[in-house]
Design a protein around this ligand. Structure first.
Ligand code: SF4
Length: 581
């Protein structure tokens, strides 16, 4: 039987409350995931209108291997970012990808604005928009509880994604929480939901899918599953989880502490390392649907809620990035303090990296006298978890000009209060790797301004030479390879198992031989399409600034080389301009 290479998409218009299923595009050209999200933005997006205009689309796309192979568990969210007014992508796991697959939806495109705060329900043949005005201002966890009761029928097959107060207040740091422990974290996708009066989306994957015929599929599935579960490939992610990186980065003089004033603290690291979290707080591990690894580490936070009274407990997930952003970056001295700050970030529906890094800047600004308690409303000090929890409530729903600006981005506040030099912003608030010049440039100029755009952090750790051509070639090829994975849409932790050869075989056994044969060329098409879409919304790499703080960093290789950094930045900018033509 001839394979169907078109995508089945659902376009939901919140203004009318109506939706339409339709066929779109060609899998041989854009693959799925990242490629599909960019193609859909090219079709439905309004590059010249503001990110929060109701006509802008909010896109959720999966890939051709979703639900058919292990760790094909992610969804790509495509949108125009209210943080920087550019086309953006954010990725998340949880149950959403498989719920979309079992609802037979390759992509959900949400446009328009609901007349009242609403929840969108989508399934194989149904679409409904429910009025949920009574959830206004409600935190992410309470919202989740209410929605699970409202949609009690689909348990086990459904995914519930939602926003907290930060999304409703249109913060540039607002994330979309996915099934409690995963997030579309970066670049403000939660504010796009808020601008549409959309508190939540419930996708019910209530259908079935026939397994591919023949023995080849079962044999390939087993081979990949064995690699992931019986070799050491995924051991780190399952055992200590990515929080293992905390001590590793600290040893390498690459862990940002106290707003990147230093890259190591040998006295404090043991209090907030992955090992300490595992020993003192780890309660359980869990996984995205379709993943046999389970890297999601959930800690137990116990807090006495009143004097002479019992404790209450909460379950809070932790990874390297949130622990760095609310731990070392905020100078925290205990793992349970870090969890308590993360718990408030989750409730507000804020991105953990951006929220933590923004407060680190605010703390240094407070120490320097650039801002006072009149602005921060609470005296900020590194290591003070209580002050940070209070500040996060203000960041979620800004009560004054200071928090309103900070919620737009650290640099917006830094420009107003003259603190640009020490704003830890590389395109957006930095990830937890102060490894050196290649990471700084790949994040500042990268497609997603993320540590996941390319492994610049790894290049810095392995290479001591300062060969601009070699480093740029590495970033470009690594980005292209990741485009294949994020179009499928695989968890990037599985990149050793999912080589292009393995992905080609997987597509073949699913009946997509033409995609398999064209994988490398299609990844180049996807990469170019993403850059074209980003440039169409006004991205200019020459306007990107790397703040002075990064020139003061000292890593295991010594001080940052400003000339090398600048040469890299210029050379990479030339290459991405070419890609966008
Ligand atoms: S390794 Fe972790 S993030 Fe990746 S799919 Fe599995 S549980 Fe999800």
């Amino acid at each position: 039987m001839q394979a169907d290479y078109s995508f089945r998409i659902l376009v939901a218009d919140l203004s009318s409350g109506k939706g339409e299923y339709r066929r779109f595009g060609d899998k041989r050209e854009v693959l799925g995931g990242s490629g599909l999200a960019a193609a859909l933005y090219a079709e439905f997006g309004k590059p010249d209108l503001p990110a929060l205009d109701p006509s802008q689309p909010l896109i959720f796309a999966i890939g051709p291997l979703t639900g058919c192979f292990p760790m094909m568990s992610k969804t790509v969210c495509g949108f125009k970012s209210p943080y920087n007014e550019r086309f953006a992508e954010s990725h998340a796991g949880g149950r959403l990808a498989l719920s979309l697959r079992f609802a037979h939806i390759d992509a959900l495109v949400v446009v328009g604005r609901a007349p009242t705060l609403s929840c969108l329900g989508a399934g194989i043949r149904q679409l409904e928009v429910k009025d949920v005005h009574y959830l206004k201002g409600m935190d992410v966890f309470t919202t989740g509880k209410m929605l699970r009761k409202m949609f009690s029928g689909g348990a086990g097959h459904r995914s519930i994604i939602r926003i907290g107060p930060a999304g409703e207040s249109l913060s540039g740091f607002a994330c979309i929480n996915v099934d409690s422990y995963r997030h579309f974290g970066r670049l403000g996708a939660g504010a796009v939901m808020g601008s549409k009066n959309l508190k939540a989306i419930m996708v019910e994957g209530g259908s079935a899918m026939p397994a591919p015929e023949g023995k080849d599929y079962a044999a390939l599935y087993k081979d990949i599953h064995m690699q992931l579960t019986t070799t050491s490939m995924m051991k780190k992610y399952h055992d200590l989880g990515t929080a293992e990186n905390m001590a590793v980065m600290n040893r390498m003089r690459a862990l940002p502490w106290r707003n990147l004033q230093t890259t190591h603290d040998d006295e404090r690291i043991d209090r907030i390392s992955g090992e300490t979290f595992a020993r003192e707080l780890l309660l359980r591990k869990t996984a995205c649907t379709g993943c046999p690894v389970g890297c999601i580490h959930v800690g137990l936070l116990r807090e006495q809620f009143a004097k002479d009274n019992d404790v209450l407990y909460r379950q809070v997930a932790y990874d390297h990035e949130p622990v760095f952003a609310t731990g070392s970056m905020l100078g925290m001295g205990s793992a349970s303090d870090v969890l308590s700050v993360l718990d408030e970030i989750e409730r507000q529906g804020l991105d953990a990296i951006s929220g933590g890094v923004a407060l680190a800047w605010a703390t240094e600004a407070f120490e320097k006298g650039a801002v006072t308690e009149a602005e921060t409303l609470t005296p900020l000090a590194f290591g003070d978890a209580k002050a940070y929890r209070d500040a996060l409530i203000h960041l979620g729903t800004p009560p004054n000009e200071f928090y309103s600006l900070l919620a737009k981005g650290t640099m917006a506040a830094a420009e107003r209060y003259n603190g640009q030099d020490y704003a830890c912003v590389l395109g957006q608030e930095m990830a937890g790797y102060a490894t050196g010049e290649v990471f700084f440039v790949s994040s500042a100029l990268g497609m997603r301004h993320s540590h996941l755009d390319s492994a610049g952090y790894s290049y810095d750790q392995k290479s001591q030479d300062k060969d601009v051509g070699k480093a740029v070639a590495f970033m470009l090829e690594d980005e292209r390879q990741r485009c294949v994975l994020t179009s499928m849409v695989s968890c990037l932790f599985a990149r050793s198992a999912y080589t292009e050869e393995a992905l080609g075989k997987a597509l073949e056994v699913l009946g997509y031989p033409e995609m398999a044969a064209n994988l490398s060329a299609a990844s180049e098409t996807v990469r170019r399409l993403r850059w074209k879409t980003k440039f169409a919304t006004g991205f200019d790499p020459d306007q990107v600034k790397i703040p002075k703080r990064y020139l003061e960093v000292v890593t295991w290789k010594g001080p940052i080389d400003a000339q090398y950094l600048n040469d890299l930045k210029q050379a990479y900018a030339v290459e991405i301009r070419k890609l966008a033509q």
